[in-house]
Design a protein around this ligand. Structure first.
Ligand SMILES: NC(=O)c1ccc[n+]([C@@H]2O[C@H](COP(=O)([O-])OP(=O)(O)OC[C@H]3O[C@@H](n4cnc5c(N)ncnc54)[C@H](OP(=O)(O)O)[C@@H]3O)[C@@H](O)[C@H]2O)c1
Length: 326
């Protein structure tokens, strides 16, 4: 089968698409995996970091990356609730950027028929993380105000959509007008530009301070984010696309009774299938009954995986980047 292969850690340009063996069929003895004919595979920041050996999950070289896929069931355990040919989306964790992928059974969800396969491949990582961050960790309430950094990115658009559907007023922070349009399409009510003194712009929109800041960017965004919060506001840490891990001066928390909250979805669901299903079912319910849709901004052929990953590195991606195999 054809698969994307990371064979050295020198960045997206060195990624290759090769003929490799299909996954070992001995898993068919197991009750806890599903084999999927992949139609679309998601491309995200963690896979970009893997091309440089900068992600916490660093498999031995060479390996096929790919956290999530949508496709049809090729093999499922006997008596499992999916059968051969069913349309599904799944979190593969690794190996998704290939014609055939294996996923832990508890990570496999029915692909709602309203979603294309590309949208299905854009669901799990970002929408589940956003739901976890906004509901489970930040405990959002109807009518609160939420700032989202990197709001036109894969996770950023998901945060805008989920917070907006929760009844929040959402302010997107983005680096260009084009990205502002994407964030607003995802559900943001306002968009402010990083170059325009974003903190002042947020303050103009919400002089009393915001309730929640969701931050996948990190680095220099931290201090000004804490300054935009109202008393007892919550800052939610999601990632560090800017590069540096931000450090909190705790006096800022004391001054205004602020909470700094970690939202690591993978760490939360990895060993807790019930939590994985609970979040996934809630997201699927929003897709089916509330019109939630992942924003797919870029579609590439499998052979163009290096280009897809470069888009993320060059800060050019808007919405989710997806590889299409059919
Ligand atoms: N906590 C979790 O459970 C979890 C789950 C999934 C992903 N993540 C993390 O969330 C982050 C975002 O992932 P993603 O897939 O949404 O990435 P993405 O689509 O590339 O979006 C990232 C956004 O970060 C902003 N950014 C600021 N400085 C940047 C830089 N130097 N290089 C690239 N982007 C920069 C960009 O927005 P502007 O240009 O508008 O500033 C960009 O749109 C990553 O750190 C990822 O590891 C965390």
């Amino acid at each position: 089968m054809r698969a994307v292969v990371i064979h050295e850690l020198s960045g997206p340009e060195s990624v290759e698409v090769r003929e490799v063996d299909e996954p070992d069929r001995s898993h068919e003895l197991s009750d806890d995996v599903v084999v999927i004919d992949v139609v679309a595979a998601g491309v995200s920041f963690p896979e970009l970091l893997q091309t440089r050996g900068r992600y916490q999950h660093a498999p031995e070289l060479p390996f096929t990356p790919g956290l999530e896929v949508a496709g049809t069931v090729k093999w499922a355990p006997p008596d499992f609730h999916f059968s051969v040919g069913d349309e599904v989306m799944a979190f593969t964790n690794q190996g998704g950027m290939a014609q055939v992928a294996v996923a832990p059974a508890f990570t496999v969800f029915s692909k709602p028929s309203v979603l294309s396969f590309a949208e299905g491949a854009a669901c799990i990582l970002n929408l589940h993380t956003a739901y976890f961050a906004v509901h489970t960790r930040a405990r959002i309430s109807d009518g609160e105000t939420v700032v989202v950094h990197g709001a036109a990115g894969g996770l950023g658009t998901a945060l805008c959509s989920i917070a907006s559907l929760a009844g929040a007023r959402v302010i997107a922070v983005v680096s260009s007008e084009a990205k502002a349009e994407v964030a607003v399409a995802a559900g943001a009510h306002h968009a402010v530009l990083t170059d325009d003194d974003w903190r002042q712009c947020v303050n103009d929109l919400c002089p009393e301070g915001v309730d929640i800041v969701c931050d996948p960017v990190g680095g220099s965004r931290l201090t000004d984010s804490l300054r935009t919060l109202r008393a007892q506001g919550r800052y939610v840490v999601l990632g560090y696309t800017e590069g540096a891990v931000s450090e909190v001066k705790t006096n800022r928390l004391l001054l205004n009774n602020l909470d700094v909250i970690g939202a690591g979805w993978g760490a939360y669901v990895r060993n807790d299938p019930a939590a994985f299903r609970r979040i996934g079912d809630a997201v699927n319910d929003l897709i089916i009954n509330a019109g939630l849709r992942p924003i797919v901004g870029h579609r590439f052929r499998l052979d163009d995986a290096a280009q897809a990953l470069s888009l993320l590195e060059n800060r050019e991606a808007m919405g989710k980047v997806v590889l299409e195999l059919e």
